[in-house]
Design a protein around this ligand. Sequence first.
Ligand SMILES: O=C(O)CCC(=O)C(=O)O
Ligand SMILES: [Fe+2]
Length: 308
Amino acid sequence: MALTTRPLANVGVEVSGFDINEPFSPELQEELKSLWYEHGILLFRDQDITPDSQIRFSRIFGTLALHPLKATRSEKHPELFELINNSDKDKYVTASYKGETIVGRLDWHIDLHYTGCPNHGAVLTAVEVAKEDGLTGFGDLAKAYDALDEDTKALLAKLEVAYSFSMQRRHMRFVDLEGYEPGPFSPRKPSDMKFPDFPDAVYPAVLTHPVSGRKVLNIVEQFLDRVITPQRFGISNDEAIELLERLVAHTKKPEFLYYHQWRQGDMVLWDNWRAMHCATGTKPGVRRVINRTTIEGKYQLGRALTGA
Ligand SMILES: O=C(O)CCC(=O)C(=O)O
Ligand SMILES: [Fe+2]
């Protein structure tokens, strides 16, 4: 297979010349991996995908993670996780944004950022496409880093930032809370959703990608809490907060973002060590099903702040 690429709007590429049901030769696997590291976000269209073929494809990029909640794993495909809108779980992820009721909206995030050990990546495939809305956004934090001015890069090279896990969006310090109201069933603490609680995770403000070596701006709005001891680096808390506000706004500039509108046969793979993502959500009652596989993260990119 000869692969060709075409840039998506702003970041990431669409890969053509690929068929998920053909054998994956060692050369093809290497080519796919290098495209993943080169672009961070890969879209494949018009694929005839089954759970088995998605799992086989995803394994090219590393060991797959099983879903952390045993109860939601399917017996046959423990590597597969279904993201479903219009199910009995909707009420937990329903909230109001500027007067509009939305199911399953997610702020920009890196999966498992709050653990210090984010997974390496994930593959999403369209199973049932929403008639409207239901977009997945991707943001390239390597390009966002490259575009920073030299003074900001020099300051960030010294700083560490903390991510604080929380179930309540209104407790997050850097998401846009204007017009936001949680829903009546929005969880209030991790145990409400049978989630473990997590200590803060502390990271360098700029990550060096473990494989490609590229610098990645490690500032993402969800769970972002603070700069660690900014005074040691010559800035006050107030200045540190303003710096994070400015950087969060920077990561959300249109030139670093691609919003994917799903079609049947679509498959998207992203590098979670480099790209952030978000979900726009749907109106209540809109069906949307996405199958997800997760490539394990084997590097501790941040450390848990346990006090030990
Ligand atoms: O539903 C989506 O579009 C993306 C959900 C998400 O954040 C994820 O799969 O990690
Ligand atoms: Fe996610």
